[in-house]
Design a protein around this ligand. Structure first.
Ligand code: FES
Length: 125
């Protein structure tokens, strides 16, 4: 086995380890475009959002006074907090406007077949 082969095998092992961190959270068909819902992933409240068939996941907690964003409103790629109306971009977690100066952590999402996976833990992007 040459050095190149060994390097490829190490990469493959690392990738398999990464995949194991993704947690299945539901079916693609369970959440229609324009909808969002919260779920527990590794003891965290995670907000799963479907915008035009693309899924995003972010912490279900506003950075101001911790209101659940899942009770807010979704307008395109923007979720509006139900309490004081801070707005966050679901793609990046970035604060767009509102009485707060912090972004919301986001999580990686993968789709395999009809299953949605979210990367759990505290390793936010
Ligand atoms: S709790 Fe979300 S803006 Fe105040």
């Amino acid at each position: 086995m040459g050095e190149g082969t060994q390097a490829r095998e190490e990469i493959q092992v690392w990738e398999e380890g990464s995949v194991a961190e993704f947690v299945p959270v539901g079916k693609v068909s369970d959440l229609q475009p324009g909808q969002m819902k919260w779920m527990a992933v590794d003891r965290e409240r995670v907000l799963l959002v479907n915008v035009a068939g693309v899924f995003y996941a972010l912490k279900d907690q506003c950075g101001h006074q911790w209101a659940p964003l899942s009770r807010g409103k979704l307008h395109g790629h923007t979720v509006e907090c139900p309490l004081h109306y801070a707005c966050f971009d679901v793609r990046t977690g970035r604060l767009l406007n509102g009485p707060v100066g912090v972004d919301v952590p986001i999580y990686e999402v993968r789709i395999e077949g009809d299953t949605v996976f979210v990367k759990g833990g505290t390793d936010y992007r």
